[in-house]
Design a protein around this ligand. Structure first.
Ligand code: MTE
Length: 324
């Protein structure tokens, strides 16, 4: 029998599960039978099990990487165990512990990224050609999921602007789209029609070039665990976490606003911009406060997740209720 452990900081799944997912689950229950579905839905959080054990992580791989003191959230970082065991990576399942349980099967070395579209140097880039060791720095960012939980993560990464500048977007490039690996051989979640796979996300080019936007390759001084989006994931800390796409295999420079997975699945719930905004509730829950993983009391959510002084000018003159 499966027993669900309810940690104090865990969200109740019913509070946060997107409507599209509920609908899909109902369809799946009809199609597959409740027993088949019980396992993926009854995951347990940290404390239940952790596959990425500290002992297995290549500790210290990024030990010498300099910290960037300009981007250092004062809040205490979330426990490594929680950050690597309580994840959203639907390609590996919709339960919070599914990614840690299944993502180990994904091969992340060698890894290559296709660069396409309105760019001077398109092609297929090996990981090491895209991200150089000398590019890396550590930044401690707040990380706020649209589901109203949050963490604080010390990321290791390269400013996205550094990578984009090397690739050379042409004058036609107004947006950037990112795509995640979709390999049914190792990603059990792909057999469920939760989203239209592969997972895609996008940014306006000026958002992508903003100094806060990071391509992360590690956390807590270690190589990014697979469940956190190895070997390369986006981190856009002023936006809801679903913009921070994991395990990127393609970067596309486009003239028009690209499709994004959650927007396509439920456009009235998930906008293209997805800037953290405590004043605009999700249709089914408030965004005014959040549960910081590891804390007991809820805390107030800050506009742009506390990065308003740095990013608000990007949206000058825009109606942020309409462009949510
Ligand atoms: N990227 C892919 N490819 N698939 C996903 O399901 N989930 C997103 C984002 N990136 C997701 C993804 C969501 S909803 C969140 S909140 C963050 O990843 C979670 O990142 P974390 O597990 O490292 O905390």
């Amino acid at each position: 029998m499966l027993i669900r452990r309810q940690e104090a900081w865990m969200e109740r799944e019913s509070d946060v599960t997107p409507e599209s997912l509920y609908r899909n689950r109902r369809e799946l229950i009809r199609g597959l039978g409740a027993a088949a579905l019980a396992a993926p839905l009854l995951g347990c959080g940290p404390g239940g099990e952790t596959t990425e054990k500290e002992a297995d992580a290549p500790a210290g791989r990024y030990a010498g990487v300099p910290a960037n003191s300009r981007y250092r959230a004062e809040d205490a970082p979330t426990d490594y165990e929680a950050a690597t065991a309580y994840n959203n990576f639907y390609e590996f399942g919709t339960g919070k512990s599914d990614p840690a349980r299944h993502a180990g099967a994904m091969v992340t070395d060698p890894w290559s990224v296709r660069v396409e579209g309105a760019v001077e140097r398109p092609g297929t880039y090996a990981f090491d050609d895209l991200v150089r060791r000398s590019d890396l720095e550590e930044r401690i960012y707040r990380h706020r999921c649209v589901e109203a939980w949050s963490m604080v993560i010390p990321w290791i990464g390269v400013p996205l602007a550094t990578v984009i500048a090397r690739l050379g977007p042409t004058a036609d490039a107004k947006f950037v789209q990112f795509e995640t690996l979709a390999d049914p051989a190792v990603m059990p979640g792909l057999s469920y029609p939760v989203l239209d796979w592969p997972y895609v996300e996008g940014l306006r080019l000026d958002e992508a070039m903003h100094p806060l936007s990071l391509l992360a390759v590690g956390l807590y001084g270690r190589v990014l665990p697979n469940q956190n989006g190895a070997p390369l994931r986006l981190v856009v800390p002023w936006k809801y976490g679903f913009k921070s796409i994991k395990s990127i295999v393609a970067i596309r420079f486009l003239e028009r606003q690209p499709a994004t997975s959650w927007n396509r699945a439920a456009p009235h719930e998930y906008g293209f911009y997805a800037n953290v905004n405590p004043e605009v509730p999700h249709p089914r829950w408030s965004q005014a406060s959040e549960r910081r993983i590891g804390e007991f009391r809820r805390r107030k959510t800050l506009p742009f997740n506390g990065y308003a002084d740095l990013v608000a000018p990007l949206y000058a003159g825009m109606d942020l209720r309409r462009n949510f």
